[in-house]
Design a binder for this molecule. Structure first.
Ligand code: HPA
Length: 260
């Protein structure tokens, strides 16, 4: 951890409070950053190795209208074989560098029939049926709400003021990498989930245990009900999210501006 942090500090990472994890299709967010320094994961001592060719794997340090932020462009999923410790490692590093507000984004399948493809959803809470040990790096499992109420309300208010409406809902997690079966979709709906993803929730549990304030934002990339009409694939997920990434960038800029 010390070696990772001192390497990043040597590369200019400094004065941090805000971290962002970008999900599939959110990559263009970094275009709205100024003075961005791109630091490939494989250059950072002790960082998990990126195994999937073609997946971005960079920490991007820069600012959003003069507010310093550290962004994970590319993340580690359980379905790629990473352990919770590996998934959590970058979050521990962010914490050690001063990040106390973490915005975690993802592409998600919509379960709530009122949601449309491209909608952004503020994560109210999550359903994580899989369990798992998340505290092996020495952090304590914390009870209590994972997602910060003030951040949720604040972003919601901004979305209304700026006339960029967003949804709010419960996010569920499935391990992937295959998309859910019809039976699984029915199950998740009955459990009260509004959307389903293969990322974010392990990261949120780890960040919560590190006492970070967390804001979760999903982009509905496909309606699960529509799966019967044809198979979805990662390229379609990517396209659907891209169209909403600009709205995301604007909302986050206003949020950070208010919080700084
Ligand atoms: N299920 C799980 N994860 C996803 C989906 C989905 O339908 N779409 C994008 N990420």
């Amino acid at each position: 951890m010390d070696a990772s942090c001192s390497f990043l500090k040597k590369n200019g990472v400094d004065k941090l409070r805000f971290g962002v994890i970008l999900g599939t299709g959110f990559g263009t967010f970094i275009n709205s950053m100024e003075d961005a320094i791109v630091i490939p994961y494989d250059s950072i001592p002790h960082f998990p190795e990126v195994t999937v060719e073609g997946h971005a794997g960079n920490l991007v340090y820069g600012s959003l209208h003069a507010i310093p932020i550290l962004v994970m462009q590319g993340r580690f999923h359980r379905y790629e074989g990473y352990t919770n410790d590996q998934i959590g490692y970058p979050i521990h590093v962010m914490k050690a560098l001063g990040v106390d507000i973490l915005i975690i984004t993802n592409a998600a399948g919509g379960l709530n029939p009122a949601f449309k493809v491209g909608d952004l959803m503020i994560v109210e809470d999550h359903i994580h049926l899989m369990g798992g040990a998340y505290n092996t790096l020495g952090d304590q499992i914390r009870e209590g709400p994972c997602y910060d109420d003030e951040l949720k309300e604040h972003l919601f208010k901004i979305s209304i003021q700026k006339k960029r409406p967003v949804q709010r809902g419960i996010l569920s997690w499935m391990p992937g990498p295959s998309f859910e079966t019809r039976a699984e979709i029915n199950m998740l709906r009955k459990l009260g989930a509004d959307a389903v993803t293969m990322s974010t929730i392990p990261e949120a549990i780890i960040a919560h245990s590190l006492e970070m304030r967390i804001l979760g934002i999903s982009c509905i990339s496909n309606q699960c009900a529509g799966i019967e009409e044809g198979l979805i694939n990662t390229a379609e997920v990517m396209m659907a999210v891209r169209s909403s990434a600009e709205t995301f960038s604007r909302l986050i800029f206003h949020l950070l501006d208010d919080l700084q």
